[in-house]
Structure formats: structure tokens, C-alpha cells
Design a protein around this ligand. Structure first.
Ligand code: 4AD
Ligand code: MG
Length: 461
């Protein structure tokens, strides 16, 4: 008999008949004559109720199974319209595939997210993490759907690279050399010419520089992959390995790009509400009671757009005692971002036109000579989820800026040359995938939206 997935059984219209299902025991209770099992096979969020009685040959064995034991069940579907669940299975035969030992760490009680972080391999069996990782999967698809529907070409940019795209010195180094026996040059430095690639290499911090050349061919492109930052940031929104979506669009200036970002965020909300309604309801019930209402407001709203200079003025006029005083020229800190998006606008807000020195080298310099055509999208509770800019398309200006920052222009000649061979207005952004999942689920900590989080002093499995 072919196995029926629980999702299929619990999707209308419900039909009666004989079935064979398999799954893991979520909860079980029994009396001397009858037992009830909530079975889950991961095909959908909810459980299937199995009812069995002492006519079952192995009634006593089934009664003793541990939580999360894997079983196979043969039985009859019985519609139960008067009950909470639309149907149940009256089992005629149950076989044990793998019992679960009595020391199973997730016994039936509510566990804190902190505790579950110590159980990375078992937490996908809990409601919360089953919801998180399904939504993560659904949103991956949503990203591709959004860009593919609009004619964007998906480019796989390399993970191993020598280019520090953000110029922030946060690259993890990757080496094939023996660290205990390094080849040295005469002046006592590591001889990277002996490296497998003949030069110093690292893990990418961003696919942007590698995807820009494709935007100057296909016009509309995106990357979507893992990125790495060797920063010692112990916060709820920083991870050392995270996924990023990086679109790059030719013939599109900053305003044009902000329209795309706004359309994308609204699309992602619609998509996840449609494709994972049970999970989203669960987040609203158990994680963040204002989630669905908040997302509805975002869908309907037009995102605010203010300049960095206006943002600093708002912060200064706020009367708040921030840890970092808002001063023109200084970075907008997380506490500032949270005030702007969470308290002042109470919705997503674009902050544009940052001081040159607060941003990366590749951004388009404005005519004022002091600011660049950058935008960050800030959302309540999290702060920045998107960072992007119009790119500097003028060869001389870009070269001058790179030199001013002391960058090795020779190594980036190929990047500069894009401004000599048919330079075009183009813009791009990076959406932090883990952060948008936090935003759309209400999960506060980035460690709870990644399967195996990598954060300082924390890299299990
Ligand atoms: O602002 P960032 O550093 O921008 C870039 O990397 C550009 N090259 C993007 C581009 O224009 N193509 O990073 C972009 C986004 C941030 O807004 C944030 O959402 C996310 O990536 N991000 C992180 N997410 C988790 N952990 C970290 N350590 C992150 N750093 C950035
Ligand atoms: Mg940024």
C-alpha cells in the first residue's frame, strides 16, 4: 500500500477509506483500553490523530513508545466533523520503525528558544522551528519567483574570492597553506604566491562586485547565496554566515530601485501569507501577537523616504537619550534605526543619501560632493534589512574614490574598466535573507531563523 502524506489527508475534500501513513509521535495519551497519538510527518504543520485500542496485537508496546518515535500506521479514515480535527485514523495495525529513547531531550513541555538552540538537530521537530524552516523555504521560492517573473537573470557568484566587496576588512581568509609551516618571503611576510590560487583568498562578503558585470550585459540580474563576515558582533541580527539576495539593475537610478525594493517586500508578505497560512497564524498566536496586523499595514502603506540629513534632524529633535548621540557624519546606529522605523514612522522607512565616509567605495557621489546615492531600508524592531545604492558609473570619480581610500586599484582594474566599456547608470541592493525572515515571522533572534547559526563562539555541527 502506498504511503499517504498527512498533508494530503488534511487537505479538503476529506475522504474516507483505508490508508497507510508514517511519521513521528508528537504527543500520545492512553488509557487501559484506548490510545491517542498525534502523528506528524513534516508534510504539513498540523498533526494527524491516530486512535488505537487494545485489539491491536502490540497495544502494550505502542503504549510504551517514547516521544518522537517513528511509526507506521495502517487504518481507516473516519471523518469527525464534530471534533476539532476534521478526521482521524482508526488504526488496525501499527509498526514501530524506531522507538525514541527515554532521554529524548524535547519531552512534552514548552522549551525556551535558548534551550532549543542547544538542540539544533532536534529543534526542527518542534512547532516553532517547523514553522520557521518551512517559511524559510517558501520565502526562498518567493525570491526567485519575484525576480524571475520580472525577467531578472540569476547569477551564481563565487564564494571563494580575493575581492573585499565592502572594503570593511571583514573577510574570512581561506588558505590551502599549512599554518604551522608557512612559506615566507625574504622580508618575513607570508608568501601568498605559494597559495593554491597564487594569492590571498577569502570567503565572499557580498556577490555585488561579481554580479555587476552581468547587469551590464543582461540589465537585470540577481545573486542569492551565502555570504560571510568575520565581524565580532554579538547581536540578535548579526551572523557570521548569512544569506543575501543581491539584485543589480541597469538603467535604473536610486528612486527606481527603491520602488523595486518596496514592491519586493510587499510581494514577499503576500506570498508567505498565501503559501504558509498555518505557520503565519502560529507566529501570530505564539511569537508576536501583532504580526499579521502589522504585515497588513505594511502591505497597504507607502514606505516613507527620508534623507540621512533629515533622519539626523529627526533623531536630534526626538528628545531621546541615545547611547550614541546623533551627529551628522556619524553612523546611524541600531538604536537610531529602531527609533526611526519603530517609534517615529511605525513602518518601513528608506533612509537615503548618506555621507560618503559612512558608506562603501562604489556608491554614486552626489553633486553636493558630500553624500552618496545610497539607501537603507529600516523596519521596526530589526532596523536595517536592505542596504543598496546607485553605483558610481564615472571612471575618474570611482578611481579617485578608491585611491582616496587606499584601495589597491590594480586588483580592481576589471571593476573600474566596466566604467570604460559602455558604462551605464545602474543600481543594486542587498537584502539580508535571514533578517527578512525575522521580520516576517516576528522571531527576535537571527540564531532562530538559521538551521545551524554561525555567530561568535558558536558554530555547532
Ligand atoms: O549593507 P550590506 O553590508 O551591503 C552589501 O553587502 C552590499 N554589497 C549590498 C549590495 O548593494 N549589493 O549588507 C546588505 C544586507 C544588510 O542590509 C543586512 O540585511 C544583511 O545584508 N546583513 C547581515 N545579515 C545578517 N548578519 C550580518 N552580519 C549581516 N550583515 C549584513
Ligand atoms: Mg548596510
Amino acid at each position: 500500500m502506498k504511503r499517504t502524506e498527512i498533508k494530503q489527508l488534511l487537505t479538503q475534500p476529506y475522504t474516507e477509506g483505508s490508508v497507510y501513513v508514517a511519521g513521528w509521535i508528537r504527543t500520545a495519551r492512553q488509557s487501559s483500553k484506548v490510545g491517542f497519538i498525534e502523528l506528524n510527518d513534516g508534510s504539513q504543520f498540523g498533526n494527524l490523530q491516530i486512535v488505537y485500542d487494545k485489539d491491536l496485537a502490540n497495544f502494550n508496546e505502542i503504549n510504551k513508545l517514547g516521544l518522537s518515535a517513528a511509526i507506521e500506521v495502517w487504518g481507516e479514515v473516519v471523518l469527525t466533523p464534530e471534533m476539532k480535527q476534521p478526521l482521524e485514523i482508526r488504526a488496525t495495525k501499527i509498526e514501530v520503525m524506531g522507538d525514541s529513547a527515554k532521554d529524548y531531550p524535547l519531552q512534552k513541555k514548552r522549551h525556551s528558544l535558548e534551550y532549543l538552540r542547544t538542540q539544533l538537530t532536534l529543534r526542527p521537530r518542534t512547532n516553532t522551528f517547523m514553522a520557521v524552516f518551512r517559511v524559510r523555504s517558501v520565502l526562498s521560492m518567493a525570491i526567485h519567483q519575484f525576480f524571475q517573473d520580472r525577467g531578472f537573470v540569476y547569477v551564481h557568484t563565487p564564494i571563494l574570492t580575493s575581492a573585499d566587496a565592502e572594503g570593511a576588512g571583514e573577510m574570512f581568509q581561506v588558505t590551502s597553506l599549512d599554518l604551522n609551516d608557512l612559506p615566507m618571503t625574504e622580508d618575513g611576510r607570508v608568501d601568498y604566491s605559494k597559495e593554491l590560487f597564487g594569492k590571498k583568498m577569502g570567503l565572499t562578503v557580498s556577490g555585488q562586485l561579481a554580479v555587476e558585470p552581468f547587469a551590464l550585459s543582461f540589465s537585470k540580474v540577481y545573486t542569492f547565496g551565502p555570504t560571510f563576515r568575520a565581524e565580532n558582533s554579538n547581536t540578535v541580527r548579526h551572523a557570521n554566515e548569512f544569506w543575501m539576495i543581491e539584485p543589480e539593475i541597469s538603467f535604473c537610478d536610486l528612486d527606481c530601485m527603491m520602488d523595486i525594493i518596496e514592491e519586493m517586500v510587499k510581494y514577499l508578505i503576500d506570498y508567505v501569507l498565501e503559501q504558509a497560512p498555518q505557520e503565519m497564524q502560529f507566529f501570530n498566536d505564539r511569537i508576536d501577537n501583532s504580526l499579521l496586523e502589522r504585515l497588513e499595514v505594511v502591505r497597504q502603506s507607502r514606505f516613507a523616504r527620508i534623507s540621512y540629513t533629515e533622519a539626523i534632524e529627526l533623531l536630534q529633535a526626538s528628545g531621546k537619550s541615545f547611547e550614541f548621540k546623533p551627529v551628522w557624519g556619524q553612523e546611524i546606529q541600531t538604536e537610531h534605526e529602531k527609533y526611526l522605523a519603530g517609534e517615529y514612522f511605525k513602518q518601513p522607512v528608506f533612509v537615503t543619501d548618506y555621507p560618503t565616509d559612512a558608506k562603501a567605495f562604489y556608491m554614486k557621489l552626489s553633486d553636493d560632493g558630500k553624500t552618496v546615492r545610497a539607501c537603507d531600508l529600516l523596519v521596526p524592531a530589526i532596523g536595517e534589512i536592505v542596504g543598496g545604492s546607485q553605483r558610481e558609473d564615472d571612471f575618474e570619480r570611482l578611481k579617485a574614490e578608491m585611491e582616496r581610500r587606499g584601495m589597491p586599484t590594480k586588483e580592481y582594474q576589471w571593476y573600474l574598466d566596466l566604467r570604460r566599456y559602455g558604462s551605464a547608470v545602474h543600481s543594486g541592493f542587498g537584502l539580508g535573507f535571514d533578517r527578512i525572515i525575522q521580520y516576517l515571522t516576528g522571531i527576535a533572534n537571527i540564531r532562530d531563523v538559521q538551521a545551524y547559526p554561525r555567530t561568535p563562539h558558536n558554530a555547532e555541527h
